[in-house]
Design a protein around this ligand. Structure first.
Ligand code: C2E
Ligand code: CA
Ligand code: CA
Length: 779
């Protein structure tokens, strides 16, 4: 809810203070209210008593005057005459003398005589009844719609002549006089019940208030009431109701009211003062809390900011002013930040340096190259490979080899000051040299090479320095440092492969490794869906002129790339570890198709090429033996000599295992590599295949002819049959035949073809031969 501690604290304290203030105010109000209520009640009660007294006094006065008149002789005479005019003037005189509002006479039979004469209406039954039953009753009377206080006195002369009634109006002035008698400014009013049951003021004001009605009714029902709270239309008031005794049955009361607002008025100042104090205190509290909270939160905010900066890798110590917990927290924070900084420096040192030689590493070089790529000048990365490093390390030891590298690194920094350098791998150092074009780069690299290849002195021993160098320039400014370094490393490999001292990165020669990788993914699918298949190239026996064997050659018809040469994808499968699956597939297929050939009447020995990598693999050897178990005729494994050189013991073991299981062994591509006599001697081979390079130059080169001839003799001497590969012309074929070669393989004999085509071709040849034989026989 609150994003800031400061606001939260302020609101919390202000809220608590307000609640406390509200309780105090409520308590004070309750006490004051209760007190003033009690006080008003008392006052009202007292006023009620005073009123009773006044009321009695007024009756007393009226009674006195009524009695006086009744005993007045003249008046009695006037009544006795029963003459209306006389009576009227007597009554009028009496009213003037008594200074009364109303004076009239009620005759015994109930007729009323007023100063104006005989009234048409008789006195009300109730009044008449009261006069007859009581001795001089008193009470209130409704006369002409106005409430009056009335007394009566009988007139005897000596018989009862009637009753004289003296009444005085209960008007507003009377009420105000009554109000003045009270110690408190109350409101007095005489109320009369109207014909509809509502209570109205006797002064005629149409004041109808249902709450007043129910209040009066309730008090009347309860008998003589005490003052009580009345929730009137104009606020609560303390009210006292006193019923009047009525002579004519009119229900009327005196109502004394005192509004509570008036009672509380003296305290209003107190409440206002309290409120003002409260508001001022609240303001002070808010300001104080705000300041206090800021005092707490500001250091926290500073710490938070510092932590954020620390996260972003910036180290800003937090300034500590106070001596409290927050200050100690800040101190700890600073200590922590310093420790992190130290560790970071160590990690950076570790991350960007080679721990063995303490030379910068590849990551450090990449970092520097990022900056160089942004500059306008061109540069090249030079990968310096130490020749035969592993051998040298074996000879001088690891420690000395490390110090050799380190010294070479130092020499490199001296030769190219300020140029970023690094140890890229075990035996490769790298340096980035400024150069705007290849010729400038070559000149600088040549200069570097001459100075770098000075022998070093390690532990009093002189060690020669021989290096090979690969150079690569970034391909545009958008190149990544990683790419340039990689290209320089590839250039180094390319230099070594070409046995050159310096080579620039040759993109075309390198190809597209990512594309090739996806090709390997395709290869497995291709073996299942028939894109990969086998072609067979037939071999002809020189002496018998018959076809007894064929070599299986793998073919891949890729749906998008077209025909892919085995010279491309077989080495790739070797590099990426997919060649075993491929070879096992070829073996199984060759065995299957050998059966098809046999079924068609051509039982051929099939030669299968076994990749060099696999010859030294024991697991493969057993898998291969299992795969060829069902072969219907001879199988031959063609193996190049490089295979044996890589892993001689296991390779020879496997070759012997194959031979023991009846598989013939052919030495493939003989003469293309560095063939050695000892190798020939070790191999339990049945066949030697002379590489097509020799065979094709046979007719032009005397030397090659000599070599081929002696190789054939040598192989025969070792008990091997000899196949010549790449026989394309009849001349070559004839020459080889004259040299005693055993078999010919090449386009002159047959081009490689699918098994179906081979069966057709062999069938055609057999029919032609049969026809020839038949022709000869008939001739
Ligand atoms: P290789 O074992 O020396 O196979 C002979 C290659 O020479 C074949 O090329 C064949 O088409 C070609 N050739 C045959 N006669 C002539 C000719 O008269 N003149 C010329 N110029 N060339 C001729 P291909 O099929 O392209 O195979 C290339 C290489 O791929 C093979 O050389 C072999 O080393 C490898 N290879 C082919 N199939 C397999 C296989 O199933 N497994 C393995 N591991 N390697 C294979
Ligand atoms: Ca071969
Ligand atoms: Ca070959």
């Amino acid at each position: 809810m609150f994003r800031h501690l400061r606001l939260k604290l302020t609101v919390l304290y202000a809220g608590l203070f307000c609640i406390a203030l509200a309780f105090i105010a409520a308590g004070a109000f309750a006490v004051v209210n209760g007190n003033s209520e009690r006080m008003v009640r008392e006052q009202l009660k007292t006023t009620g008593i005073v009123f009773d007294r006044v009321w009695q006094l007024r009756f007393q006065r009226l009674e006195d005057s009524a009695t006086l008149s009744s005993s007045d002789y003249g008046f009695r005479q006037a009544v006795a005459t029963a003459d209306a005019a006389t009576l009227a003037s007597a009554l009028s005189n009496l009213r003037e003398r008594l200074d009364a509002d109303v004076v009239f006479l009620v005759a015994p039979e109930g007729l009323v005589y007023s100063p104006r004469g005989l009234e048409s209406a008789p006195a009300s039954d109730q009044l008449h009844a009261a006069l007859e039953t009581e001795e001089a009753p008193t009470g209130v009377l409704m006369i002409g719609g106005a409430l009056h206080q009335a007394v009566s006195a009988p007139i005897y002369a000596p018989n009862l002549l009637g009753w004289v009634i003296v009444a005085e109006r209960l008007d507003a002035a009377e009420m105000r006089a009554l109000e003045r008698l009270s110690a408190i400014p109350l409101n007095a009013s005489a109320m009369v019940r109207a014909s509809n049951g509502a209570w109205v003021s006797s002064e005629g004001a149409a004041e109808t208030d249902t709450q007043i009605d129910t209040f009066i009714d309730r008090t009347l029902r309860a008998g003589q009431g005490d003052p009580d709270l009345l929730a009137g239309a104009d606020g609560p008031a303390m009210a006292l109701v006193k019923p009047f005794r009525s002579l004519d049955g009119t229900a009327s009361v005196l109502m004394l009211r005192y509004p509570m607002a008036l009672a509380l008025a003296p305290y209003r100042a107190l409440f206002s003062t309290l409120l003002a104090i409260g508001i001022i205190a609240l303001c002070l509290l808010v300001i104080a809390t705000w300041l206090l909270a800021r005092g707490i939160t500001q250091p926290i905010s500073t710490l938070e900011e510092a932590a954020r900066r620390l996260q972003a890798g910036e180290h800003v110590p937090v300034k500590v002013r106070s001596r409290d917990e927050i200050a100690r927290l800040a101190e700890s924070f600073n200590a922590m930040a310093a420790a992190i900084q130290l560790r970071e420096r160590k990690i950076t040192q570790l991350a960007f340096h080679d721990s063995e030689t303490r030379l910068p590493n590849r990551a450090a070089l990449e970092r520097r190259l990022v900056a160089m790529l942004k500059q306008p000048r061109g540069f090249v990365v030079v990968a310096i490979g130490i020749d035969r490093f592993a051998h040298m390390r074996g000879a001088i030891g690891y420690a000395h080899a490390s110090s050799f590298l380190q010294q070479l690194g130092v020499r490199l920094t001296q030769l190219a000051p300020n140029a970023p350098m690094a140890r890229l791998s075990n035996d490769v150092l790298a340096v980035a040299l400024l150069a705007d074009n290849d010729s400038e780069a070559l000149r600088r690299v040549q200069g570097l090479l001459a100075n770098l290849e000075q022998s070093l002195r390690i532990d009093e021993q002189v060690v020669d320095v021989n290096v090979t160098i690969g150079v690569a320039a970034p391909e545009g400014k958008a190149a990544s440092p990683g790419d340039v370094i990689e290209h320089a490393s590839i250039a180094l490999d390319q230099a070594r492969a070409a046995r050159a001292k310096i080579a620039f990165f040759d993109k075309a020669a390198y190809g597209d490794p990512t594309r090739n990788l996806s090709l390997m993914g395709d290869m497995h699918r291709a073996m299942d869906n028939g894109e990969i298949g086998l072609f067979y190239q037939l071999k002809m026996d020189f002496r018998s002129n018959t076809i007894e064997s064929a070599e299986a050659l793998v073919r891949w018809r890729h749906p998008r790339r077209g025909m892919i040469s085995p010279d491309l994808f077989v080495p790739m499968a070797e590099e990426t570890g997919h060649v075993r699956a491929l070879t096992e597939w070829v073996l199984a297929r060759a065995v299957e198709e050998q059966g098809m050939l046999a079924d068609a009447g051509f039982p051929l020995a099939i030669s299968v090429n076994i990749s060099g990598r696999l010859v030294g693999d024991r697991d493969f050897a057993h898998a291969a033996l299992a795969a060829v178990k069902g072969a219907r005729h001879d199988l031959c494994f063609e193996i190049t000599e490089t295979a044996v050189i890589d892993n001689p013991e296991i390779a020879l073991e496997n070759i012997e295992l194959f031979a023991r299981h009846g598989i013939k062994i052919a030495i493939d591509d003989y003469g293309s590599g560095l063939s050695s006599l000892s190798y020939l001697k070790q191999m339990p081979a049945h066949e030697l295949k002379i590489d097509k390079v020799f065979v094709q130059s046979l007719v032009h080169s005397q030397r090659d002819a000599l070599l081929v001839r002696s190789t054939i003799e040598l192989a025969h001497g070792l008990g091997m049959r000899v196949t010549a590969e790449g026989v394309e012309t009849p001349t070559t074929f004839a020459l080889l035949a004259s040299m005693g070669c055993d078999m010919a393989q090449g386009y002159f004999v047959a081009r490689p073809a699918a098994v179906g085509d081979v069966i057709i071709a062999l069938g055609d040849a057999r029919r032609a031969e049969a026809a020839e034989r038949a022709g000869k026989a008939s001739a």
